[in-house]
Design a protein around this ligand. Structure first.
Ligand code: FAD
Length: 445
């Protein structure tokens, strides 16, 4: 960027990011790299990610490279490729975990196989990735123990005020809510009575756990254990992929739940291996072996999303939302974090543009920031809302429940391929170009 790191330059915008999850930190690095003064306010006392895996597509990693190469260094320091590390297997595989030959119940039929591109699927332990990110976030950027209560947008000429639950306040020229599925910023934008302010229950439970890889290899063989597999069946499915340098197998098992989820404060509750065993009782040997290796006590996650009540827009004045705060998707595509990384690239590019416009006196700070957020909403809404919907639909396809595809394997595969490719092969350079042009055009008129 043309700007020096510019803490005290009057004309450089100050941006407050609410939430220090994957997207908040990614965006903070992108802004920092472009000389924009960004601060992250995180409610937790320290960053404690959950003991589970997260995977990124090659495309999401390339977006990280554009945002700030430090992100890729952080990810690569903890990422694990599929298969043999020296000879990565860049295919994703869907297998029938339910209908097995009674003579060979350990054999699963390969249903579909998709090439995801070079290093097309890299998994990591969430806590390890966040630790690696924290190491590269410059000192003074992230503040813990700051739970946002309120945002007050004052006069055009004045800064936006953030009020925290500990009674402290902060000011910024703009506020970006990266505060996740239960976003307070979103609630402040739309009002707590509005259904778009709250995610809804998808009636799916995700059981998540990590299994020592040596145990998994013993149980299901090396090639099954060390490569990503999605095991499909009626009403449920189970995904696993290697993390922690092939030392752990990350497992996510999805099951239906006809009940309501009563506790709106938390989406996590304790569960036992027995619960998961019941779900997969009639399945093939491979799936049951994997389940049998889960720890006795685990967590279950109620899957909520924003597919029923999508927000009408991502911006309001100098406030905007990104990542899960704007578009919380169920995890069936495994793409929620990846698409949030695309948001962070878009915002980094737009705020860089806004900073030049402010410096060149072509618009006031508040005008430029508002226009940047209007542009962000225009560019990002369609694709991100599509992901929310598709994540819901693809679960039905996996479980042979979708009216369009039923249990027809060819139709299911065609849909899975089309949707996966739309996620994996996104032209982010075009997105950046279009964002810049659209922003400039708005500044001129
Ligand atoms: P979050 O990670 O939720 O972070 C929000 C942050 O904001 C938190 O640190 C929170 O403490 C903070 N916060 C909240 N409220 C406040 C407040 N009022 N004040 C201050 N701070 C606040 N995605 C993938 O790309 N690949 C995968 O393989 C994948 N697997 C998944 C598996 C499961 C079972 C689930 C549930 C999701 C999965 N996802 C995956 C989706 C991914 O986890 C999310 O899309 C991603 O974590 C969203 O990041 P975020 O930073 O927007 O929100």
């Amino acid at each position: 960027s043309m700007y020096p790191p510019a803490m005290d330059r009057e004309d450089v915008p100050e941006v407050a990011i609410v939430g220090g999850g994957i997207i908040g930190l990614t965006l903070a690095l992108g802004l920092n790299k472009r000389g924009i003064n960004a601060k992250v306010y995180e409610q937790a006392r320290s960053l404690r990610e959950i003991g589970a895996g997260v995977a990124f597509t090659a495309n999401a990693v390339r977006c990280m490279e554009q945002i700030d190469p430090r992100l890729v260094t952080a990810l690569r320091s903890v990422a694990t490729s599929n298969g043999d590390p020296n000879n990565p297997n860049d295919h994703l595989q869907w297998v029938d975990g339910f209908n097995v030959d009674p003579e060979h119940p350990e054999d699963e039929k390969l249903l579909y196989k998709l090439y995801a591109g070079p290093r097309g699927f890299e998994g990591c332990h969430r806590a390890h990735f966040l630790d690696a990110l924290l190491k590269v976030v410059p000192e003074g950027v992230l503040q813990f123990g700051k739970r946002l209560a309120n945002v007050v947008e004052q006069d055009e000429e004045e800064k936006v005020k953030l009020e925290f639950e500990d009674g402290t306040v902060a000011e910024a020229d703009a506020v970006i809510g990266c505060d996740g599925i239960k976003s307070r910023v979103r609630e402040l934008m739309f009002g707590s009575e509005n259904p778009v302010s709250h995610p809804t229950y998808t009636h799916k439970i995700a059981y998540r756990g990590l299994i020592p890889m040596d145990k998994a290899v013993e149980a299901v063989g090396e090639s099954k254990a060390k490569n990503q597999h999605m095991h499909l069946g009626p009403q449920a499915h189970l995904l696993h992929f290697p993390v922690a340098n092939q030392k752990l197998m990350n497992v996510v098992a999805f099951a239906p739940d006809p009940e309501e989820w009563e506790d709106s404060k938390t989406f996590v509750a304790p569960a036992t291996r027995r619960d998961v065993e019941k779900v997969f009782a009639g399945w093939g040997t491979t799936v049951r072996s994997i389940v049998s290796l889960l720890p006795n006590d685990l967590d279950k996650w109620a899957v909520f999303d924003s597919s029923t009540f999508p927000v009408p827009c991502y911006n309001k004045g100098r406030i905007c939302i990104a990542g899960d705060a704007a578009h919380a998707a169920a995890p069936h595509h495994g793409a929620g974090a990846g698409i949030g990384v695309e948001d962070a690239l878009c915002l980094s590019a737009l705020l860089d543009k806004a900073a030049s416009v402010i410096q060149d006196d072509k618009a006031s700070k508040s005008q430029a920031l508002k226009l940047a957020f209007i542009t962000f909403n225009t560019i990002r809404r369609k694709r991100t809302q599509w992901l929310v919907q598709s994540s819901h639909d693809v679960c039905e396809i996996y479980e042979w429940n979708h009216p369009k595809t039923g249990s027809d394997p060819d139709k299911c595969f065609e849909e899975i391929r089309r949707r996966s490719h739309k996620i994996w092969y996104f032209d982010y350079e075009d997105m950046v170009r279009e964002s810049s042009e659209s922003f400039e055009w708005r500044v001129v008129i």
